[in-house]
Design a binder for this molecule. Sequence first.
Ligand code: PRX
Length: 635
Amino acid sequence: MKNYVIHDLPEYFKQYKKSIKNPKKFWDKIADENFVWYQRWNKVVKYDMENAKIEWFKNAKLNITKNCLDRHLNERGDKTAIIFEPNDPTEEAQHISYRDLHQRVCKMANVLTDLGVSKGDRVCIYLPMIPELAVSVLACAKMGAVHSVIFAGFSDTAVASRVNDCGAKVIICSDGSFRGNKSIDLKVIVDKAIEKTPLVEKVLVVKRTGCKVDFKEGRDFWLDDLFEKASPDFVTKIMDAEDPLFILYTSGSTGKPKGMLHTTAGYMVYTAYTFKNVFDYQENDIYWCTADIGWITGHSYIIYGPLLNGATTVIFEGVPTYPEPDRFWEVIEKHKITQFYTAPTAIRSLAKESADWVEKHDLSSLRVIGSVGEPINDEAWHWYNDHVGKKKCPIVDTWWQTETGGIMISPLPFITPTKPTYATLPMPGIQPVLMDDKRNEITGNQVDGNLCIRFPWPGIARTIWGDHQRYKETYFTAFPGKYFTGDGALRDEVGYYRITGRVDDIIIVSGHNLGTAPIEDSINLHPAVAESAIVGFPHDVKGSALYGFVILKDTGESRDKENLKKEINNVISDTMGPIAKLDKIQFVSALPKTRSGKIMRRILRKIAAGDFSNFGDTSTLLNPEIVDEIRDGKV
Ligand code: PRX
């Protein structure tokens, strides 16, 4: 990405203006001048926001991996593409060059072809943060298969529902994964998931922990056996601009996760452009994003954005506190990281430790530090700025979503003056608008409202896999003609945006999106539970934690309540994975409901936060007396 790099604030404003005045011309030039194409597009963008139909670079032909790998081979063949930093610091880090990565990707594409995968097929990838994860993703892209990475912390039920939803015939997993001082047997989870997935024909297993695994003859294969024999030559598939690239599941406000579908050309252009500008990536930089590739941040800013720019990107297998709480700082010093991108929840947990853990490391290589996933509070922002950035590295507080494909609102380093807790200004091409609840646009500054986006951008997800109606209803119906983000935001006196949090039934816990409905569905599976309601409450490390109000089928007097709480959390762990566990559970005799039967979550949120000051208007409640009962019985 050589062209369209922004160097100063006046240039940002100039580019921004241009991008809004004539988005087609703006994106046309970026796409034309920075990528390799087999065939050019005949229309930059075609959209119908009413019906949620969006297409970019129509009829262009390309393959994203030609842009991520092949085109770098001449100039950057020996350059390190991926640094793999293992969980155990005594295991040697791996430096994988562009040439080596390209070869591994071609071999993997041949392995997958031999297993019967062809263009358009979906492949689920359930792997820890090891190089094979990136190799699998890129191999799918090279052969035109649609990857769907499932975060390797999800339970067998969650894996099964995703595999079934996208109709994958092949799963790539590992025997197990290392996380800190624990190891998790992933293949066992896949075996259990497969009992609930009639479609799966083949399982490709990467050896990582060496744990014992059960193999089913004809279905399960060790990657090592097939990889060794695979040819390093693979003919890249020619893809259409709008061919699916990947499906990534995100929580919704109903029980079923939403398979967000991203397509090829627009996603490529948007992630490459934003990576270059938001991180100020220079040729010899070593960039590290600590997210998991199981989330969108890992897709766009560990794999695609960096590789599209010929960058060196780090894949870290471990956790921030293993073996000691200075692991992040040690890795920064060891690999001389220049850009470091992490989540507020990680910053808050490390800020709780003594500052000596940071101070004892040389972090002078750092130039830009970033934050993503949830609002960063003032205290965490300052700690990050003082101790990690040493007040010299700009913090890029990047707001975006699985659905947006890439960063939407963020400071540009050394260009946009930062302001604690503010994501600041939109990227060129992005038109944020604030809307009131009556669907009127709120103009001017020092205002707040529902955050929407006016015009499509190349990275926007195109649909929910298999359910376009849900896509349209979730994102394009609340504020007709606009994309609704589900977030609230305020705009300050100079036009900077601050994201205030979700305005829907999604709660962000340690940066993970969790819908209340799927958790409630899962709790209600416990035989003793009649009904439940989940809300978020402030937590000093996780940002928000989960609080469950649970009605038991009988009053439960005879049951051990503490045990019951454990059982409820076990059900959640089994169906969704441990990330959705409740921090607090309160047994109640009823929930506050309106006459139309809706739970008044606003009241439960206040009780969960310990704020009993003013419950507002409770006149529409069918059972107002329950509010006092719940308040007084608070655990
Ligand atoms: O509420 C916003 C929050 O995370 C949501 C998107 O979550 P997900 O799709 O998992 O993607 C996370 C990584 C891009 C948003 O709707 N969010 C994300 N970044 C920020 C944020 N909230 C405040 N500030 C941010 N920088």
